[in-house]
Design a binder for this molecule. Structure first.
Ligand SMILES: [Fe+2]
Length: 206
Protein backbone atom coordinates (compact mmCIF):
# COMPACT_ATOMS: atom_id res chain seq x y z
CA UNK A 1 0.00 0.00 0.00
CA UNK A 2 1.37 3.45 -0.89
CA UNK A 3 1.75 6.10 1.81
CA UNK A 4 -1.17 7.99 0.27
CA UNK A 5 -3.38 4.88 0.57
CA UNK A 6 -2.22 4.25 4.13
CA UNK A 7 -3.11 7.82 5.13
CA UNK A 8 -6.54 7.42 3.55
CA UNK A 9 -7.07 3.99 5.11
CA UNK A 10 -6.15 5.29 8.56
CA UNK A 11 -8.39 8.36 8.31
CA UNK A 12 -11.33 6.15 7.32
CA UNK A 13 -10.77 3.30 9.77
CA UNK A 14 -8.86 4.94 12.64
CA UNK A 15 -6.61 1.89 12.90
CA UNK A 16 -3.79 0.47 10.85
CA UNK A 17 -1.20 -2.27 11.20
CA UNK A 18 2.30 -1.19 10.28
CA UNK A 19 4.62 -4.03 9.35
CA UNK A 20 8.22 -4.17 10.56
CA UNK A 21 8.31 -0.71 12.10
CA UNK A 22 11.46 -1.68 14.00
CA UNK A 23 13.88 -4.54 13.44
CA UNK A 24 13.85 -7.92 15.20
CA UNK A 25 17.35 -7.24 16.50
CA UNK A 26 16.20 -4.03 18.12
CA UNK A 27 13.16 -5.73 19.68
CA UNK A 28 15.33 -8.44 21.22
CA UNK A 29 17.75 -5.82 22.48
CA UNK A 30 14.92 -3.81 24.08
CA UNK A 31 13.49 -6.84 25.87
CA UNK A 32 16.95 -7.75 27.13
CA UNK A 33 17.57 -4.20 28.34
CA UNK A 34 14.19 -4.14 30.06
CA UNK A 35 14.78 -7.42 31.85
CA UNK A 36 18.09 -6.12 33.16
CA UNK A 37 16.42 -3.70 35.53
CA UNK A 38 17.66 -3.70 39.11
CA UNK A 39 17.23 -1.77 42.37
CA UNK A 40 19.63 0.89 41.18
CA UNK A 41 18.03 0.87 37.73
CA UNK A 42 14.31 0.29 38.43
CA UNK A 43 11.68 -0.55 35.82
CA UNK A 44 10.32 2.97 35.41
CA UNK A 45 13.80 4.39 34.86
CA UNK A 46 14.70 1.52 32.55
CA UNK A 47 11.51 2.00 30.50
CA UNK A 48 11.97 5.74 30.16
CA UNK A 49 15.57 5.39 29.11
CA UNK A 50 14.82 2.73 26.50
CA UNK A 51 11.92 4.67 25.01
CA UNK A 52 13.81 7.96 24.84
CA UNK A 53 16.78 6.26 23.31
CA UNK A 54 14.79 4.76 20.43
CA UNK A 55 12.07 7.35 19.81
CA UNK A 56 13.76 8.63 16.65
CA UNK A 57 13.85 5.16 15.11
CA UNK A 58 10.12 4.62 15.75
CA UNK A 59 8.84 7.90 14.34
CA UNK A 60 9.86 7.42 10.75
CA UNK A 61 8.52 9.18 7.65
CA UNK A 62 5.55 6.85 7.15
CA UNK A 63 4.25 7.24 10.71
CA UNK A 64 4.94 10.97 10.62
CA UNK A 65 2.91 11.36 7.41
CA UNK A 66 -0.06 9.44 8.83
CA UNK A 67 0.05 11.45 12.09
CA UNK A 68 0.49 14.87 10.50
CA UNK A 69 -2.35 14.17 8.12
CA UNK A 70 -4.69 12.87 10.82
CA UNK A 71 -4.06 15.75 13.22
CA UNK A 72 -3.91 18.34 10.46
CA UNK A 73 -0.96 19.83 12.30
CA UNK A 74 2.07 18.79 14.26
CA UNK A 75 1.73 16.12 16.95
CA UNK A 76 3.39 15.42 20.27
CA UNK A 77 4.04 12.35 22.37
CA UNK A 78 1.91 12.80 25.45
CA UNK A 79 2.93 9.65 27.25
CA UNK A 80 5.02 6.59 26.58
CA UNK A 81 5.42 3.29 28.37
CA UNK A 82 7.10 -0.07 28.18
CA UNK A 83 4.34 -2.56 28.97
CA UNK A 84 4.76 -6.15 30.01
CA UNK A 85 1.51 -8.10 30.26
CA UNK A 86 1.57 -11.47 32.01
CA UNK A 87 -0.77 -14.44 31.64
CA UNK A 88 -2.48 -13.56 34.95
CA UNK A 89 -3.50 -10.16 33.58
CA UNK A 90 -7.27 -10.84 33.61
CA UNK A 91 -7.13 -10.57 37.41
CA UNK A 92 -5.51 -7.17 37.69
CA UNK A 93 -5.20 -5.48 34.30
CA UNK A 94 -8.39 -3.78 33.18
CA UNK A 95 -7.05 -3.30 29.66
CA UNK A 96 -7.73 -7.00 29.17
CA UNK A 97 -11.48 -6.26 29.27
CA UNK A 98 -13.40 -4.38 26.55
CA UNK A 99 -13.16 -0.63 27.03
CA UNK A 100 -12.57 2.80 25.55
CA UNK A 101 -9.80 5.09 26.75
CA UNK A 102 -10.68 8.58 27.87
CA UNK A 103 -8.70 11.72 27.30
CA UNK A 104 -7.93 14.48 24.87
CA UNK A 105 -10.03 14.20 21.66
CA UNK A 106 -8.24 12.59 18.70
CA UNK A 107 -5.70 10.85 20.97
CA UNK A 108 -3.92 7.96 19.23
CA UNK A 109 -1.94 5.03 20.55
CA UNK A 110 0.95 3.30 18.86
CA UNK A 111 1.72 -0.19 20.16
CA UNK A 112 4.90 -1.87 18.98
CA UNK A 113 5.07 -5.60 19.52
CA UNK A 114 8.53 -6.62 20.74
CA UNK A 115 7.63 -10.31 20.68
CA UNK A 116 5.13 -11.92 18.30
CA UNK A 117 1.48 -12.75 18.97
CA UNK A 118 2.23 -16.29 17.70
CA UNK A 119 4.51 -16.72 20.74
CA UNK A 120 2.30 -15.28 23.51
CA UNK A 121 -1.26 -15.04 22.16
CA UNK A 122 -1.71 -11.62 23.76
CA UNK A 123 -3.31 -9.99 20.77
CA UNK A 124 -5.10 -6.63 20.70
CA UNK A 125 -8.72 -6.89 19.56
CA UNK A 126 -10.55 -3.87 18.12
CA UNK A 127 -14.13 -3.09 17.10
CA UNK A 128 -14.80 -0.58 14.33
CA UNK A 129 -16.21 2.90 14.98
CA UNK A 130 -19.78 2.22 13.82
CA UNK A 131 -20.23 -0.84 16.04
CA UNK A 132 -18.42 0.88 18.93
CA UNK A 133 -20.97 3.73 18.78
CA UNK A 134 -23.83 1.22 18.97
CA UNK A 135 -22.16 -0.54 21.90
CA UNK A 136 -21.81 2.80 23.73
CA UNK A 137 -25.54 3.43 23.29
CA UNK A 138 -26.26 -0.07 24.60
CA UNK A 139 -24.13 0.78 27.67
CA UNK A 140 -21.79 -2.13 26.89
CA UNK A 141 -18.59 -0.11 27.36
CA UNK A 142 -18.92 1.27 30.89
CA UNK A 143 -16.35 3.62 32.31
CA UNK A 144 -16.20 1.69 35.60
CA UNK A 145 -13.43 -0.89 35.48
CA UNK A 146 -15.33 -3.50 37.50
CA UNK A 147 -18.23 -3.44 35.02
CA UNK A 148 -16.14 -4.06 31.91
CA UNK A 149 -16.75 -7.25 29.94
CA UNK A 150 -14.40 -9.91 28.60
CA UNK A 151 -16.88 -11.03 25.93
CA UNK A 152 -19.14 -8.75 23.89
CA UNK A 153 -20.46 -11.48 21.57
CA UNK A 154 -23.91 -11.82 23.24
CA UNK A 155 -24.46 -8.03 23.10
CA UNK A 156 -23.30 -7.81 19.48
CA UNK A 157 -25.69 -10.63 18.60
CA UNK A 158 -28.52 -8.93 20.44
CA UNK A 159 -27.85 -5.77 18.44
CA UNK A 160 -27.73 -7.76 15.19
CA UNK A 161 -24.13 -6.72 14.60
CA UNK A 162 -21.17 -8.60 13.17
CA UNK A 163 -19.43 -10.46 16.01
CA UNK A 164 -15.97 -10.50 14.40
CA UNK A 165 -13.17 -8.43 15.87
CA UNK A 166 -10.37 -6.68 14.03
CA UNK A 167 -7.20 -8.57 14.89
CA UNK A 168 -3.85 -9.04 13.18
CA UNK A 169 -1.02 -11.49 13.44
CA UNK A 170 1.57 -9.06 14.81
CA UNK A 171 5.11 -10.28 14.29
CA UNK A 172 8.18 -8.99 16.10
CA UNK A 173 8.55 -5.28 15.35
CA UNK A 174 5.05 -4.82 13.86
CA UNK A 175 2.92 -1.99 15.19
CA UNK A 176 -0.69 -1.00 15.66
CA UNK A 177 -1.73 2.65 15.40
CA UNK A 178 -5.31 3.34 16.47
CA UNK A 179 -7.73 5.71 18.14
CA UNK A 180 -8.49 4.17 21.57
CA UNK A 181 -11.18 6.79 22.36
CA UNK A 182 -13.38 5.84 19.41
CA UNK A 183 -12.62 2.14 18.87
CA UNK A 184 -13.53 -0.39 21.56
CA UNK A 185 -10.50 -2.54 22.34
CA UNK A 186 -9.14 -5.24 24.54
CA UNK A 187 -5.73 -6.83 25.10
CA UNK A 188 -5.96 -10.60 25.36
CA UNK A 189 -3.97 -11.99 28.29
CA UNK A 190 -0.95 -13.98 27.09
CA UNK A 191 -1.04 -17.78 27.19
CA UNK A 192 0.40 -19.70 30.13
CA UNK A 193 3.61 -18.28 31.54
CA UNK A 194 4.20 -16.12 28.48
CA UNK A 195 4.80 -12.38 28.57
CA UNK A 196 3.71 -9.82 26.01
CA UNK A 197 6.26 -7.04 25.60
CA UNK A 198 5.12 -3.83 23.92
CA UNK A 199 6.16 -0.23 23.74
CA UNK A 200 3.27 2.18 23.72
CA UNK A 201 3.21 5.83 22.66
CA UNK A 202 0.18 8.01 23.37
CA UNK A 203 0.08 10.75 20.77
CA UNK A 204 -1.90 13.99 20.72
CA UNK A 205 -2.16 17.13 18.60
CA UNK A 206 0.48 19.75 19.32
FE1 LIG B 1 -7.09 1.07 26.36
Amino acid sequence: MSIHNKIQFFNENLSIKINSLISQELCNKLIKQYEQFSCSNPINVTSERIINEYKEIVFQEEIKSILNNYFGSKYQIFWSSFDVVKSTALEDNYSTLWHLDHGIPKTLKLFIYLNPVSQHGGNTLIIDKERTEKLIHANALPLEQDKRKADLTPILEELNLDTNYIEHNYKTGDALLFNPLLLAHRCLPPDNAQKRYTICFTIIKK
